[in-house]
Design a binder for this molecule. Sequence first.
Ligand code: ARG
Length: 641
Amino acid sequence: MEYCVETELRYRARPMSRSPKNVHSEEAAGIEAALAVRFRRAILEVLGSGQESPDPQIRTSGDPKHGDFQSNAAMALAKAHGLKPRELAERIVAAVDVSGLAGPLEIAGPGFINIRLDAAALGELLASMATGDLGVVPQVRPHGVTIDLCGVNVAKQMHVGHLRATIIGDCLARVFARLGRRVHRENHLGDWGLPIAMTLAALRTARVNLDRITLADLNAAYRRAQAAGQSDEKGLAAARALHSGPHRIAELEAQNDAALAWIDEAKSTLLRLQAGDAELVRDWKKIIDCTMREVFETAVVLNVILGPEHSRGESFYRDRLATVVEDFMEAGLATEDAGAIVVKFPDRERPMLIRKSDGGFLYATTDLAAVRFRVQELDSDRVVYVVDARQRDHFKDVFEACHMIGWDRTADGEPSELVHLGFGAVLGADKRPLKTRSGENVTLVSLLAEAVARGEQEVRSRAADAESATHGLSDMELHAIGRAVGIAAVKYADLSLDVARDYVFDLDRMVSFQGDTGPYIQYAHARIRSILEKAGIEVPFEGAAIGSATFTIAEPGERDLALTLLAYGGVVAEVARTLEPSRLCAYLQRLANAFNGFYHDCPVLRAAEPVRSSRLALCDLARRVLHDGLSLLGVEAPPRM
Ligand code: ARG
């Protein structure tokens, strides 16, 4: 297995070979793909068909004066065939058939081929995009995709890290589903093991009524249980070395004895839970329900698709762990080491522990079972783990071990790509991990409440302006818009950056209607709706079209908007290939700008027919693409803002 370190914190485990039908980079859609097909055909004709599929290197042109696209293939391929780049460019130009797509091709500089789409082709492409699926090309694959998202721990409140694991995972799941892939959202809850048993034991000893308990109580019990299990061996040793006096030493000894006794109690609770003790199991389910109630409520606030049907926690794999260890032993991939069982890797010292000397299994053992299940039973040719970047070594070990034993192949032998999409931290204004004033972790619930309040404040202050489209709306409507704005602000700010990067949580910037923000995109969408309404059109609430039209593209503003619209399908495919939601955000930003440029330069309502209808149709297509793109981010598009 080869690891490609893309940033310090992000890497990807790649199967060593893959069959052509599974090469994700082959997927592209839209106009660039259409040009690539034509150019590739021509290059093969010129160079002989013995080649591996040549890359026609179609790029958007840096300067619209030179055309809309260019092919840089001649520069890349000439040398290997003993040709001058310009010479090869001439032969490609002679061979390529761009009829119905582009006007005459031009060769520039050392051998760039400049491509200018012709206006009639643009019009036809837009019309087929508008009547079809907005240019999104379905990916027909027999296998599914698994997204590991959210990953909360039972009895613990969600914090900002879970924001990232949830919304990035949700966005990717939506993108894959949009492309027609079968998607499994897997919420790998931490719902099994000693910490849970400790919490259970603590609650039961204190005779807490589990039917009435809140997550905050549960969280406090969790922390108390952890603290009670903390022995202070070091403190004791130091106290002895410093001759701290018999009182201090006796105190520490008593504390340590109590901690050990407490751990023993927790271990016996765990054993009884594992053995299926009915009463314990019932209580265990209650604390899971209590935790998940808040998780699902938060998912609703966040507009994220996450329900009980996506919960498959660590406990799901409990009966498979012994087999995991046996299989690794049988394959000769695991060895005993001082009573424990470890997997060793050829290129590093650090082994992976899969069974402790006391017989207990580990986080890693569960993840090995989970990979096997996801690849072989859920039949996924890609498993994406949206998990904190600090778990990088864990996933490196798990993926590599799965490769060694062959669990990264589907039942029909297809290699599956295992990816840890490790995300960075959310920081406060002081550039340190976000904390409350009293130094505690910020709960996700409080963070979102603040975002909603800020969004509402922004929306209400704008609505006070008599010119605003929201002026005079009811209190309830303003509340709903404000909430959508606040949540969009937080989600977009997160999704628009490199996943691996840390970022500073700055609500004031995020919630602004200007700049690279979610509300800016939402606002562009709402503005187009109001333009269409002013034209007397009844605009559908979802992404449906207002009607069919002929597109005539003449002005630079129209051309720029048209080309931007036509790029949409390709962008969606790229997000799936690269697993980078930021590309979709950047695209929507570009589209909103292209629309604003178009609307500034090209009158719509005052234009004469047939230009008016064509421009209205451009507006409508832009509205639908913004709506669709926002829905892939999991961001609402309020009709009025
Ligand atoms: N519960 C884990 C944590 O809080 C995250 C789970 C991530 N998924 C996984 N398959 N390991 O760290």
